[in-house]
Design a protein around this ligand. Structure first.
Ligand code: NAD
Ligand code: DAU
Length: 334
């Protein structure tokens, strides 16, 4: 089977490529990636001779057409993925997440190629901290940020291309991923590398916001489960019952790294900051039989800390620039 992986040099896409090479040696992988700031070429370097890495933009219709015409399956990870960046400048988010997805959909429609669309739980907006409910496949879309609204728009394009043109697509909406190879602008690797670099972790607002953490390998196993056994045209929510508030995450990182649990700063909040995400993945579990392997967040976090401690060459070159960008807008408030 030939698989075109868009965004395969980013965090989740690269983990997908590496895991697929181990688990499915019969799969031939082509990665299409623009190699933006979010991609780290070092991630795929060890497997460079086993994949075809094409540097290009998913919104380049001619390039996409030729690659899609030569594959059996498209797994679409490529995106502008960081909420803070989307607040500073939404333009790349509209281009990649909306126009890029449109270009892929037109190509899979022309060539009748199976397509799996990677999306996020953020399309559903947020929940209150004391609300018992969780997101399901029936929750109404209500995105908050330029990032999540462009992801919501891309999901709706997929649904329309399924219904109007018979495109053979499935969609998954996953909660917050953690694990190796995640860009250090994101919450968990930012705080781990802060402590490793002798800086204090930074908590937005009151630190009570809740995210529903899932290990990236569990996400990618679910993606293959949906590709293998999911129903065309359907949406599946992916989550591992991993709700934790941000303050607890930071305190746990500090403790695991041998620091006092209160050695962090509160900083100015993210505008429009979603309060809580929570996924009900009953459908994926009961209909397709998927289960997460990482059910203990603390041990998954400890393994992730070990990975960043063992791979300073992977993240150190980006650290100063990332912190300078945050420092331009972030103020310590407590
Ligand atoms: P990432 O930012 O780490 O990687 C994105 C990759 O896409 C990068 O390699 C980048 O170079 C590439 N890219 C960006 N614009 C491109 C373009 N125009 N053409 C080709 N390539 C382009 O993102 P990630 O965290 O790995 O997220 C991957 C996908 O998973 C995204 O669709 C995201 O919305 C979704 N998702 C992420 C999470 C999470 O917690 N990170 C959770 C649920 C869903
Ligand atoms: O829910 C899935 C989404 O999870 C994905 O669709 C996004 O691509 C991914 O980036 C992530 O979005 P979040 O905005 O939840 O992730 P982020 O890592 O930016 O922040 C996680 C939480 O931590 C959030 O409540 C904001 C907070 N935060 C973040 C940073 C970078 C801090 O308190 N301090 C920080 O320094």
């Amino acid at each position: 089977m030939r698989v075109l992986v868009t965004g395969g040099a980013g965090f989740i896409g690269a983990n997908f490529v590496l895991r697929t090479l181990v688990q499915r040696p019969d799969v031939e992988i082509t990665v299409l990636d623009k190699l933006t700031y979010a991609a780290n070429p070092a991630t795929l370097a060890p497997v460079a001779d086993r994949i075809d890495l094409v540097k290009g933009d998913i919104a380049d219709a001619d390039l996409v057409d030729s690659l899609v015409g030569a594959t059996d399956l498209v797994v679409h990870f490529a995106a502008e993925s960081h909420n803070d960046n989307s607040l500073a400048d939404p333009s790349a988010f509209v281009h990649t997440n909306l126009v890029g997805t449109y270009s892929l959909l037109e190509a899979v429609r022309r060539h009748d190629v199976r397509y799996h669309h990677i999306s996020t739980d953020e399309v559903y907006g947020d929940l209150d901290l004391d609300e018992p409910s969780r997101f399901t496949e029936d929750t109404a879309y209500n995105p908050s940020s330029p990032y999540s609204s462009t992801k919501a728009g891309s999901d709706l394009l997929v649904r329309a291309w399924v219904r109007s043109f018979g495109v053979r697509a499935t969609i998954s909406n996953c909660s917050n991923n953690y694990g190796p190879y995640q860009h250090i602008e994101k919450f968990i690797p930012r705080q781990i590398t802060n402590v490793l670099a002798g800086l204090r972790p930074k908590l937005y607002g009151d630190g009570r916001n809740v995210r529903d953490w899932i290990h990236v390998d569990d996400h990618n196993d679910a993606v293959w489960t949906i590709i293998d056994t999911g129903q065309i045209g359907e949406t599946y929510l992916i989550g591992a019952d991993g709700e934790v508030d941000n303050r607890t995450v930071v305190e746990t990182i500090l403790e695991l790294l041998g620091q006092p649990r209160d050695a962090f700063d509160f900083v100015t909040d993210r505008p429009g900051h979603d309060r809580r995400y929570a996924i009900d993945s009953t459908r994926l579990r009961t209909e397709l039989g998927w289960r997460p392997n990482y059910v203990d967040f603390r041990s998954g976090l400890a393994a992730t800390i070990d990975w960043y401690r063992d791979h300073p060459d992977w993240w150190q070159p980006a650290k100063q620039g990332v912190e300078q960008t945050y420092a331009a807008t972030e103020k310590v408030i407590g």
